[in-house]
Design a protein around this ligand. Sequence first.
Ligand SMILES: NC(=O)C1=CN([C@@H]2O[C@H](COP(=O)(O)OP(=O)(O)OC[C@H]3O[C@@H](n4cnc5c(N)ncnc54)[C@H](OP(=O)(O)O)[C@@H]3O)[C@@H](O)[C@H]2O)C=CC1
Ligand SMILES: O=C1O[C@H](COP(=O)(O)O)[C@@H](O)[C@H](O)[C@H]1O
Length: 480
Amino acid sequence: MSISCDMLVFGGTGDLALHKLIPALYYLHREKRLHDDVRILAIARQDIDLDAYLTLAERHIRAQITPSDFEADMWKAFSQRLDYFSMDATQRGEFVRLAHHLGQPEGRVRVHYLATAPNLFEPIASNLESAGLAGEEARIVLEKPIGHSLESALEINEAIGNVFPESRIYRIDHYLGKETVQNLMALRFANALFEPIWRSGQIDHVQITVAETLGVEERGSYYDHAGAMRDMLQNHLLQLLCLVAMEAPVRFDAKSIRGEKVKILEALKPITGNDVQDKTVRGQYVAGQIGGNDVQAYYFEKDVDNDSDTETFVAVKAEIDNWRWAGVPFYLRTGKRMAKKRSEIIITFKQVPHMLFTKGEVNRLVIRLQPEESISLQLMAKAPGKGMQLEPVELDLNLAHAFSSTRRWEAYERLLLDVIEGDSTLFMRRDEVEAAWNWVDPILRGWQSHYRKPRPYPAGTDGPDQAHQLIEHQGRKWWR
Ligand SMILES: NC(=O)C1=CN([C@@H]2O[C@H](COP(=O)(O)OP(=O)(O)OC[C@H]3O[C@@H](n4cnc5c(N)ncnc54)[C@H](OP(=O)(O)O)[C@@H]3O)[C@@H](O)[C@H]2O)C=CC1
Ligand SMILES: O=C1O[C@H](COP(=O)(O)O)[C@@H](O)[C@H](O)[C@H]1O
């Protein structure tokens, strides 16, 4: 399907637009997935001309993509799609100018991508409406986090819902666009093998780790008000949890999948008040080393308060109160400036009921999202030679090798194309976002009264020691 559209990127000079969206659109152009007529309009207040914007875009595309994928002719053709419009999106009058700039072409889809801070979502939506830019052909894309609490998320959802119907609102969580995340659904729902053992009788616990080596980079002013809970756990990690835990949807479509995910979010056992001390860990990095290089403490980062109590690491023991998952803890952790970049889901099965051999490790299903994408099943096997010496071996499905002739798409490529084509399967519905905040809010409140100070951890480590204590129970430990 190839659809003629105007893609308006509000926040077109920002970190997200330049690092992710514009490079993803370049790749879609290169793969001939964009209709010849697709135009991309970057919008921000900065008063620069189109040439200056093109220079900025080219520099970032070159830096973000595989160098051999940058071709001068390709860039030249792609750059003809790009345009830049300087305006303050809080000013209603500016949208009249914008509408005039866009003209009124018939039958074009209009995508309003809000790559801006969430406090601009409401004014932009209402300004779009007043300028006649929110009609039936228009879709709106909202970046996470939607708000900073349940209350603010409700307010944003209400305001956007007054302008756009739910079917034309795309709440993006780029983790849902990652290939292996979608593979998780293929693994669970296209293979008969897993369903009978995907439950509390057979599974001991689940770990979800999203570790980054990056610090807050240029995003200190945003991050210092957000922290790891709002930036990562409330959205990406809870979405991963949903995909592991949800029941099989009736169909592979937006309604069925989102319906199953929301049931899981609603079944999360609340963590309130003093519980936060037993079931959560907050950390903040101090000076350390990553890859042999010294890195500074969080509180010295640009635009970060020197006395900041913001967490750059969070670990949570989550429990799902339903039939399938009763008694199976889901340990979630994410942090910046950790030892190694890796995102993975580990399903740890229970020990066999009667062990015949001296050594027997449990089975584990390891789903790696990054840096490499793979799925492997750790099984016990007999080591060659005399006697019954058992060793763990991996049954490995390296997805990059299995599909080596196909370039792996970046998450934003897939999701941008889905928006243009009107497919909201991999986007979050309003009630999902609200259910996630409903679970996260009491934890944030509990922290204010019972856990204000994050625990320090040296940059380049796996987080504070308390995160190990959180999981150490019945021989459990974080899997490396
Ligand atoms: N960066 C990332 O990796 C990710 C970001 N996000 C989310 O994406 C959103 C954007 O993040 P990020 O790109 O990092 O933020 P930045 O601060 O880097 O960019 C903000 C952009 O908004 C523009 N802007 C600010 N105020 C106005 C205004 N009044 N009118 C028009 N444009 C305005 C800025 O340009 P100017 O000042 O010139 O107007 C700039 O282009 C946030 O909601 C964030 O949470 C989500 C996932 C990842
Ligand atoms: O949404 C966000 O995600 C990135 C991490 O994304 P990844 O695809 O590189 O794993 C994180 O750095 C950023 O703080 C957060 O806003």
